[in-house]
Design a protein around this ligand. Sequence first.
Ligand code: ATP
Length: 445
Amino acid sequence: MDSLIDKLTSLSKRRGFIFQNSEIYGGLASTWDYGPIGAELKKNIKDYWWNYHVYKRDDIVALESSILSLNKVWETSGHIQNFSDPLMECKVCNARFREDELEKSDGSCPTLKCDNKTFDAPREFNMMFKTNIGPVVSDNSEIYLRPETAQGIFVNFENILNTSRKKIPFGVAQIGKAFRNEITTGNFIFRTREFEMMEIEYFVKPEDSEKFYQEWIESCLNFLLSLNINKSNLRVREHTKEDLSHYSKGTSDIEYKFPWGWGELQGIANRGSFDLDAHSEASSKNFSIFEEATKTRYTPHVIEPSIGVDRLLLITLLDAFNEEQIEGKDDSRTVLKLSPIIAPVKVAILPLSKDPKLSELAKNIQKDLLTKGDLGKIEYDETQSIGRRYRRQDEIGTPLCVTIDFDSLDDNSATVRDRDSMKQKRVNIKELHPHLLSSINNYLK
Ligand code: ATP
């Protein structure tokens, strides 16, 4: 029997969510490209995150910083010294893996290639990707691809403060690519070397940091629940003192129950004033804030909710994936019960056959709905049997299908099919737009 991840990987390729990168040349391991449907899903996830955390409040501003920065940034943040994982090497098969993987495999080589229990002493392996800047390759031309987007926010702190007119507490949001030369990748898009992050640095008064840390954990959980992620698949795990990163005063992970066990989906860290203090000292800039009321200065503390877009996308797929028996029929279907907020296609317009009269009416309906512009992506499809087309729409998570048949030419009505209940309803074409809008809203309740 295929595992859930195997089934998802195959559905992703079949339906255009995610393809293996460089596939025609054999594929670059753990590197993925998002296809026409996957790219829409990813965009919807980012847009919704931005809407939820930035546009629904007035205290968060935007930033888009570069992937490349001066090495001084990474020296100061501690990444050059500390952003490493202990690398182990098996003495028999020479496989390389992270030290913590030994715990999961009871101390024997976790590659399944051998039962060996003897390894070279762990070495610290820095996970930042190095490249060279400019035409001459030398020690001086070495530069890193960013492993997180957060430092771009800290080094711009003064610029943002001066231009945004925000007062503490306020936050800065950024979505962008990050690169980590992970020792072990895998589980489809769970851990890759190139991925996208959605991060907020929320600056607060030191005495308020615990309160805002708790508020952000709550807000991040609510965001996930608003996407219909199953509550019983989520939990919050607070890091122990030994687990904490070099910068952190407290970190909680929101974990998801993956098919292979609980794993990190999102980190929420109370970073204290570590980053602003470090950059302030190294750059001789003063990042402290003067408080009029008390006539004192303080360096803001920062709360950082950070989530990988790809990992979030993976859990939306895992959580939405259903294989179910069709009631009253000796048949089953695969259906992605995605929240319509992020569903790649919101409505599919499906003429029953390729008859030119049906195509014309169906295309006019699609054009009318597209012109209104408030439903999102509306797909037109007239190939294959209607059963196969429903199957495809179910597999990409389309909440509503509109079928135009020969009766439609006479009674000016179309059949609207609901993805989850599979119930069908005849709706007058003039009423189609409000009907589709309210059906999508019903899904959200
Ligand atoms: P992990 O322990 O899983 O390696 P981390 O603790 O190093 O993750 P953070 O530095 O807290 O991760 O990164 C914030 C978020 O970015 C994670 O919660 C995760 O969603 C995402 N993320 C981190 N590393 C990867 C990766 N290699 N591939 C995909 N997403 C990642």
